[in-house]
Ligand binder design. Sequence first.
Ligand code: FAQ
Length: 316
Amino acid sequence: MENQALLERFQNYVDAENKIEAKDWMPDGYRKTLVRQIAQHAHSEVVGMLPEGNWITRAPSLRRKTILISKVQDEAGHGLYLYSACETLGVDRDTLIEELLSGKAKYSSIFNYPTVSWADIGAIGWLVDGAAIVNQVSLQRTSYGPYSRAMVRICKEESFHQRQGYEIMIALAKNGNEAQKKMAQEAFNRWWWPSLMMFGPSDAASAHSGQNMAWKIKRHGNDELRQKFVDMTVPQAEYLGLTIPDKDLKWNEATGHYDFGEIDWTEFNEVVKGNGPCNKQRLQTRNKAHDEGAWVREAAMAYARKQQERQAVSAA
Ligand code: FAQ
């Protein structure tokens, strides 16, 4: 078939809300953009373990510690589903991991901010997982089957993560003493704007949105999802008695949405370029963990080889 005819058939198939599967024909650009987005997403889950992992040894109670360990472990699982989804597109995992460790690949800007107090763990669960859910609920309907199915499971787990974060914030901001309330407000101030940045550049500046939406990889624009997150989160902050760190935030009766102030895009671009508060530290920590885990990978491969040898002997 002519390339143009294949492209048209592909677009009609996507427009009819069918899922594209790994062995289906797809335009090179579709494959390339999926590899880029899914890999960035997988790396974000993996690097995303670091800011919270930082508090596992200092969680304020055994209950909080077990919950946090479980949450961080879930993020590793999300990374695994996503690397697997990415592999179905013909890239191998070693290449993806090498690109993360060398600093070539991107991951979400949000994980380059520090967790300075226990309240940051509450704020991450509430805001960062909350923002991730808004984005990922939409991605459950993405046109690529393996990515869409990974999202269904991930969203279920993220929803537990969001609630555990909000529960920490209730304990500190609503039921806590003055010092705890202050700690919660300070964490909220630190994470509010970076959480809005997670949704990416405004639609006008978004390089990939147009084509991604036509291919139904992305189902909503960055600004629409960001607005949804703001509308959902403001009443939650009010319930906690927290002040939103934005003097321009106000309810707009005419649009039925909250208006909010201008995002600091210079900060966003600097963080994405590698100049955020923790970019270097995150990559160093990830590289160290990878190096220290070499013996685990070797042992796992040795075991797999042994299994193959046994199977070959019994088949002979
Ligand atoms: N950070 O044209 P667009 C989580 C880049 S998971 C860094 O709008 P696109 C779970 C973008 O890659 C969080 N870079 O791009 C968790 C592109 O660069 P490129 C991760 C960003 O792809 C919780 C350029 O800017 N979630 O949190 C960011 O159409 C707690 C132009 O942007 C996902 O990855 C950013 N924030 O839309 C884990 C969801 N935003 O590649 C642990 C899947 C944009 O041309 C603890 N991804 N860029 O060099 C997506 O939905 C999309 O990729 C967007 C960006 C919406 C992120």
